[in-house]
Design a protein around this ligand. Structure first.
Ligand code: ZN
Length: 200
């Protein structure tokens, strides 16, 4: 009996209940049916999974925890290798992301800092208070170890800012002079007043 293949439309000589002309068309039809089945059951399955996960949340968390604990070294090693092998890629991806989101990130940073100003100041204060001794010790050691370098840096800084410093000193001395003339004037006025009182 001649029929049109319901996949490709070719006319073929159908034996019994055959609807497709060839093994290829049978395969295509089968795949199509599977896709339809999956699509129909996708929502059901997603819903089932959601419920299952929700019902077994504690169990799963516990299982994950144990798994991670048991495979900790392996996982650390794996991550280390992965990062090492993909280092350039990852750096590049970070660079691109940052470049693409520069404005956004700057804006976010500004807002975040503004919103957490008090908190951050408080945190800094506490941190400094808690590490006061350490920091002083660290600074002492750092300065001792870098004495030459620091002296050189200071020297260069002074060199680079010679004019500024000279100007600052000029202004400072001028202010001092004004102050001392004012003091001299006040002293003279006081002396004059005394004199007048005495001679009055
Ligand atoms: Zn066909």
């Amino acid at each position: 009996m001649e029929k049109a293949c319901d996949v490709c439309g070719a006319i073929f000589d159908a034996t019994r209940r055959a609807k497709r002309c060839s093994p290829e068309c049978r395969k295509t039809a089968h795949r199509k049916r599977q896709r339809q089945y999956c699509a129909k059951h996708r929502e059901e399955r997603a819903e089932y999974n959601r419920k299952y996960y929700a019902a077994h949340r504690e169990e799963r968390a516990e299982y994950d925890r144990k798994y991670r604990a048991a495979h900790r070294d392996e996982m650390v090693e794996y991550n280390r290798k992965y990062y090492a092998a993909h280092r350039e890629e990852r750096l590049e991806s970070v660079r691109k992301y940052r470049a693409a989101h520069r404005e956004e990130r700057a804006e976010y940073g500004r807002k975040y800092r503004a919103a957490h100003r008090e908190e951050r100041a408080e945190y800094d204060r506490k941190y400094r208070a808690a590490h006061r001794g350490e920091r002083a010790e660290y600074n002492r050691k750092y300065q001792a170890a870098h004495r030459e370098e620091l002296a050189e840096r200071r020297r260069k800084y002074y060199e680079a800012h010679r004019e500024e410093r000279a100007e600052y000193m000029r202004q400072y001395n001028a202010r001092k002079d004004d102050e001392s003339s004012l003091i001299r004037l006040q002293t003279a006025l006081r002396a004059l007043a005394e004199h007048r009182k005495e001679t009055a």
